[in-house]
Every structure is written in structure tokens, then in C-alpha cells.
Ligand binder design. Structure first.
Ligand SMILES: [Zn+2]
Length: 383
């Protein structure tokens, strides 16, 4: 089998298609046949697709995940289980999936990059940096990206671009002219370059210190809509409506879950775009933000226990203790995850977020919390 070297910033999905095509396989139905017939079969069956691909091209899984998947972006900030890209990822783990997760719009490509890549490498290829949520232009060419149809992943960008549609012109023009959106794009690109996820402790430390410097009130656990308010005003327009529709709620003073919790939530991490937005609002550049993040990394050891506010501590600990005591019939690992989900809920996450972060069902989580609360009610501990 002819195995080409993956090109700089080349997306794993696109690379796979290129590899198959180079070896005479084309079309989705051929994919499984290709992998069962080729040397790919000989690679350990328990490895994930990404790990197999890494072995196949002679890279470490770490190197491959870091340079050819969306994992550094999708796993940019994590709560307790920090990811190093070298960690092996079993099929069902969330970061296995996030490694291939793309921009919700679809496949995006830059016509000028495709032209230059064809001239330089002899082939055009899908770049990760064009698939970042909310990034609608090519940073190298300062030109709008083109939206390719859903079948685009199985062709080269140079082919898909002939059928591509331009993104809404007003949306792109607004985004490119907006200082905050530009900083947001810088942050997203910087996440891609990170060699491991940032911890929520690091992020919260930086954002709270920054909020204090800027004279914005920010206390852990305090319901404040400051970040979303600032973000709402700073990015108003079609770009915001497309990528941050929830921000509109900040206009009435509502709390915008993901963005407003970036500076208080240590037990639950939100999606990368929420953090990119928070840093874009609080910092002058991605470089400044990362200088602070690096400095805080030295100060904080990841996974340091969260300090609750004294007023809340008693009820929280009662809830945690009872819930864990009362969870029977679950394996120890599930118990730990349920306990962490309850902690996250107590810290302000929604049931849905807490459950999905810890990979437990919402029903399991609700049941565990009911069990936890019953004794408190029965013994009149509740006030
Ligand atoms: Zn370009």
C-alpha cells in the first residue's frame, strides 16, 4: 500500500480519503473493504481508528492527534480528566469522537490555499484550521472560506470547491472587521497548537484575575452576566446570531450558561468556543491570554480540589455524602462519575451538562440526587 506523508495541518478524515484514493479505493462503501484488505488489518484491532492511522503513517498517536485531528480544539479545556494527546483513547471515550468532530456548518475550504497546495504539494487537502467553529475566513489569505457540500469529505478540496457555496457575505464581512471576533479566531487557532488540554483551574484563575483588573465583578458561584453582556455588545451582528445565538438572552440580563460559567466553573468544562469567546472579551490578544495561562499553570496543580464558599459547603457535603452512600448496585467507576456529576451540579452546572461531562445518564444522576436528598428532608436538615 502506498502511504503518503500527512501534510501540515491535514485533517485525519481528509487524509484517510486521500490515502484510499491513492491506492485505488474510492467511495464510502470501499472504505471498510480497503481497511480489511490492506495492512491496516494487521494493526492491533483494539486500537482506535486514529491510533491505527498513526501507526500506519509511522507517527506516535500523540503526534498524530496533535497535528491532524480536531482534538486539541474540541478538548481545549477540561475539568478533572486533563487530556494529554498521548493518552490512548478507547473507542467509547468522548475524546475519541471529538478527534473527528468538525465545524457544525460543514466542510470549509479556502480556494487560495487549495490552489497553492496543488502547486506546492501536488495535491489540495483539508486543513484543520479551516474547520474551527466560528472561524469563517482563512487567516493566511484573509479571505472568506467556502462552504462545501456534505459529500465533500470524500473528495479533495480542489474538486469540492467547484460545487461550494460562499458563506453569507454580510456575516463574513462583519466577522473579519470585528476586533473581538478576530481575537476569538486567534484563540481557536492557539488551542489547536496546544499539546494538552488546559485545566478549568488555570482558566478560572486567569479569567477571575483579569476580571478584577478590568473592574468587572467576578466571584466563583456568583450569578453574573458580565462576560455574556460584554460579548453580546462586542460581537453583535449576523456572526453572533449564527455561532452564539444564546448571547441574545444576555440582552434581558439572563445568564448565558456556557459563556458566563467559564470564569467560575472548575468542575465542569464547557466547549472550546465558550472559552475562546471569554478570552477574546477579556484579553487584548491570544498571545497575552496564553502568557497568563502559562504563568498560572506553574502556580496551580491540575485537579486541585475546589474550594466551595463556606455558606454552601455544609449542604453540598451532605448531598455528596448521602448520594454516594446511597448509590448501590453501580460499579465503583460509575459511582465516582455520578459523584463528580453531582459535584458539578452543586457547583452550578445544569443536569444535562453535568451528566454528559461525566458520561452518566441524566436519569441516573437525578435518581442519585433524589436518594441523596431524602435523608436530608427526613431529618429536617433542610432549611
Ligand atoms: Zn487560504
Amino acid at each position: 500500500m502506498n502511504v503518503p506523508v500527512p501534510l501540515p495541518d491535514e485533517l485525519a478524515n481528509g487524509y484517510t480519503e486521500r490515502l484510499l484514493r491513492l491506492n485505488g479505493y474510492s467511495g464510502a462503501t470501499c472504505k471498510s473493504r480497503a481497511f480489511s484488505e490492506s495492512n491496516f488489518r494487521k494493526v492491533l484491532p483494539q486500537l482506535s481508528w486514529i491510533e491505527k492511522l498513526a501507526r500506519f503513517v509511522g507517527q506516535s498517536p500523540e503526534q498524530f492527534r496533535h497535528q491532524h485531528t480536531m482534538l486539541p480544539f474540541n478538548g481545549a479545556v477540561r475539568a478533572k480528566d486533563l487530556i494529554r494527546w498521548s493518552m490512548s483513547s478507547p473507542q467509547r471515550s468522548p475524546f475519541h469522537y471529538s478527534a473527528g468532530k468538525l465545524n457544525p456548518l460543514g466542510m470549509l475550504a479556502c480556494p487560495q490555499c487549495a490552489k497553492e497546495d496543488t502547486a506546492f504539494w501536488g495535491v489540495s487537502y483539508w486543513r484543520r484550521s479551516h474547520q474551527l467553529t466560528g472561524v469563517v475566513w482563512c487567516a493566511k489569505h484573509e479571505a472568506p472560506l467556502m462552504l462545501c457540500d456534505p459529500s465533500a469529505a470524500s473528495s479533495l478540496p480542489s474538486e469540492a470547491l467547484s460545487r461550494a457555496k460562499p458563506l453569507d457575505r454580510k456575516l463574513v464581512t462583519q466577522a473579519m472587521a470585528n476586533v473581538t471576533v478576530r481575537k476569538y479566531a486567534e484563540m481557536c487557532a492557539s488551542f489547536l497548537a496546544n499539546s494538552r488540554s488546559l485545566s478549568t483551574h488555570q482558566v478560572v484563575h486567569c479569567l477571575q484575575a483579569r476580571a478584577a483588573t478590568l473592574g468587572i465583578r467576578a466571584h466563583s458561584g456568583v450569578r453574573s452576566s458580565h462576560i455574556s453582556r460584554v460579548a453580546l455588545q462586542a460581537t453583535e451582528g449576523p456572526w453572533q446570531q449564527m455561532f452564539f445565538p444564546d448571547l441574545a438572552r444576555a440582552r434581558e440580563g439572563a445568564f448565558v450558561d456556557s459563556i458566563d460559567r467559564t470564569y467560575s466553573s472548575r468542575n465542569v468544562a464547557y466547549k472550546a468556543p465558550a472559552y475562546a469567546m471569554a478570552f477574546a472579551v477579556f484579553y487584548d490578544s491570544a498571545e497575552d491570554a496564553f502568557a497568563d495561562l502559562d504563568a498560572s499553570s506553574a502556580l496551580l496543580s491540575p485537579g486541585r480540589p475546589t474550594r466551595d464558599k463556606p455558606a454552601n459547603r455544609r449542604s453540598h457535603s451532605a448531598l455528596r455524602k448521602h448520594s454516594v452512600d446511597r448509590i448501590t448496585g453501580s460499579s465503583e467507576k460509575v459511582q465516582t462519575r455520578i459523584r463528580m456529576a453531582i459535584e458539578a451540579f452543586v457547583d452550578g452546572a445544569s443536569i444535562a451538562d453535568a451528566a454528559s461531562e461525566q458520561r452518566v445518564s441524566e436519569d441516573e444522576l437525578r435518581e442519585a440526587m433524589r436518594n441523596a436528598l431524602r435523608p436530608a428532608f427526613a431529618s429536617q436538615q433542610w432549611s
